[in-house]
Design a protein around this ligand. Sequence first.
Ligand code: F6P
Length: 320
Amino acid sequence: MKTLGVVTSGGDAPGMNASIRAVTRVAHSRGMKVIGFKRGWEGLLANTFEQLTPRSVGGILEVGGTILYTVRSPRFKTEKGIEKAAETLATNNVDGLVVIGGDGSFRGAHHLSRNTDTLVVGIPASIDNDIFGTDETIGFDTAVNTAVTEIDKIRDTAISHERTFIVEVMGRQRGFLALAAGITAGAEVILVPERKIRHTEIFEKLEQNEAKGKKSSIIVAAEGVGDNREIANRIRERTGAEVRLSVLGYAQRGGSPTARSRLLACLFGSKAVELLSKKHGNLVVGLCLGKIATISLEKSCTTRKALDLDLLQLANLLAT
Ligand code: F6P
């Protein structure tokens, strides 16, 4: 293995830079040259890259986002796009490609891996934590902490005004971020797409809280639940409570990665290079029960990761 390519793709996640740094430095220590493709898959379509050296990746460990930039690339998903990307890898003699990204990036990586001789390894990085084969993705812990910091602040104003707040968090169609942020912020109600809940259940919970003397409540809702403004309106109509919706938005994707996100980035980056140097490819690196593990790229992108719905009951119990 002489030349290694690295690409960040899909939505950015805090810790992507830390993993670029780890991949570059570990690969360099094993005598490999590293090139970083720019702007996700578009870099492989346009053959735009920069050489990464141990020095050029200095000062990025603690920086959010990705120095390689990222885009969502519909062009890459076509047969022509895959062909072009494979050609770019061959032209640059790239023996191994590290793809740092989420589930969409891994589907692309899997498709590419079937059309190239270059070995491909995925490093899961996404605030959504929705990748099968790892208990946790790079960036998830940072996003949870960002959300909780904001929810704590919203709690202050909710208590002062005796209001109910719906706090909408990201996560696309999955509820990992909402569940973790909801439990750790002590939310009275958590709404996730994986468990459909009737509006009456929300009303009842809020009414029980009111009866117990709680004058304010926080509902943490995943964006994938649907129209959270509509839910706020329904609660207002039904309970007469003052309800506000606060959408946390893209701040959840930014910021300096937490120590935990950085550690995962270092461990996943190092493992990815180790696999490629042993000529093992078409794999995803992950964390399973506290240990660094690997799973096939195909299995990772064709299997749905389960959300532990029992945790909703625990959250309910803890927020009495
Ligand atoms: O996948 C990460 C994520 O931030 C999701 O939580 C969110 O739904 C989506 O990306 C937003 O995507 P975009 O950057 O394309 O608006």
